[in-house]
Design a protein around this ligand. Structure first.
Ligand SMILES: [Zn+2]
Length: 388
């Protein structure tokens, strides 16, 4: 009989924490911090700047000379997507062995990776390493990598600057080195309410918002037909869509408020900040026209999430991947990860972790025992390499 993966115990512990992004992740972080501190690992817990109950964690297993410069970053988010309305065959917060897989929310995305890493910490400590290993656990990744910005700030505060990084999102243990950037923006239109028989006395927030909806669709259509294109992505062009809209209170009242959220995911050839500037310019035009109707009216834009793209070329991390025998995929992916933020901060980063992204947010999410073992082998080989 093949052995049970060593990481199953930690996976059970991690899954038992309901870390749905809307709620706290602190109990999980505290449990990990207690474990690492107990092993003698210097651990920093950084609370969310204004939301109690959320925290990031950074810990370093130093090199033999005590140094924490450079080294390898192993990183994952601790939050998971909601199970609301999903039809689960077992309790999503209990890691349950079913045949050759472990079922539970977050088993693939991405507590499986974290479990493997945490289980391996005593092995990392057992013999001196020639380069440090840094562990980084974040909150609010599923809301648009919101915690990773603070995490990167934390690197500087605690004085670490990892040379290479692995973000353990589920990739089937193959290496992904490029993904699109992903921005989410919110436009708030403030109109002036009036009885709908007196439209001349109101400013219609929905009608102005509709112009932005049209603008987004036109922009998206242009990318789709005219490019630029990058055929390495399954969707070869930059996408944009308006995904929520909220406005109006009654059929006979000119609406004084409309809020919409749109998202775009850009290939490397499209600068997401330039797109944002374009959108801002368009909204400034709407704002001006609204004010011309009534000075109380107006429109403004804010960015809710900003995930930089990832495009890791041949360098330290891809060399390390080859040394570790990992398969590097030629494909680029459309989903964003924290790897983009680490890469922007100077860490040569790839995405590689156990499990299948296709089951990640679904009911009966699972990771196979094989995938956990494959990840354990990867960490074992990494530790081995860091001892030489
Ligand atoms: Zn994830």
């Amino acid at each position: 009989m093949t052995r049970m993966p060593r990481s199953v115990d930690w996976l059970q512990r991690l899954v038992a924490h309901d870390t749905t992004s809307r709620g706290p992740n602190q109990p999980l972080i505290d449990e990990v911090a207690e474990y690492l501190t107990g092993l003698g690992v210097t651990t920093h817990v950084r609370p969310h700047p204004d939301q109690p109950g959320k925290a990031n964690l950074v810990a370093t297993i130093p090199a033999a000379d005590g140094g924490s410069a450079g080294g390898v970053l192993l990183s994952g988010h601790t939050d998971v997507v909601p199970v609301d309305g999903q039809d689960w065959s077992s309790d999503p917060w209990v890691a349950t062995l079913v045949d050759d897989r472990i079922v539970g929310r977050g088993t693939a995305d991405m507590k499986g990776f974290l479990a493997v890493v945490l289980e391996a910490v005593p092995a990392m400590l057992a013999e001196p390493l020639n380069r440090p290993v840094h562990l980084a656990l974040s909150y609010d990744e599923e809301l648009g990598c919101l915690g990773a910005g603070d995490l990167v700030d934390c690197f500087a505060e605690v004085g670490i600057s990892p040379e290479v990084g692995f973000v353990g999102e589920p990739t089937g243990m193959r290496v992904i080195r490029a993904h699109k950037s992903s921005y989410v923006a919110e436009a708030v239109f403030t109109g002036v309410a009036a009885h709908s028989s007196l439209t001349n006395q109101g400013v219609n927030a929905i009608e102005y918002a509709a112009e932005l909806v049209r603008w987004c669709r036109d922009r998206a259509d242009r990318w789709r037909t005219e490019g630029p294109f990058d055929e390495a992505f399954p969707i070869a062009y930059t996408t944009m869509s308006v995904n929520t809209i909220d406005g109006g209170i009654a059929q006979n009242t000119v609406p004084d408020r409309c809020v919409l959220r749109f998202e775009y995911r850009a290939i490397g050839a499209v600068d997401p900040d330039a797109v944002l500037a374009e959108a801002e310019q368009f909204i400034a035009g709407l704002d001006e026209r609204m004010r011309a109707e009534d000075e109380r009216a107006g429109a403004r834009l804010s960015v809710l999430a900003r995930v930089p793209g990832l495009d890791t070329s041949d360098g330290p991390v891809t060399r390390l991947c080859r040394d570790l025998g990992l398969e590097i995929l030629p494909d680029k992916v459309t989903y964003g990860t924290e790897a983009g933020m680490f890469s922007e901060a100077g860490v040569d980063t790839v995405v590689c972790g156990p499990g299948d992204i296709a089951v990640a947010h679904a009911a009966d999410e699972y990771v196979t025992l094989d995938q956990l073992r494959a990840c354990e082998d990867f960490i074992d080989r990494l530790i081995d390499l860091l001892r030489r």
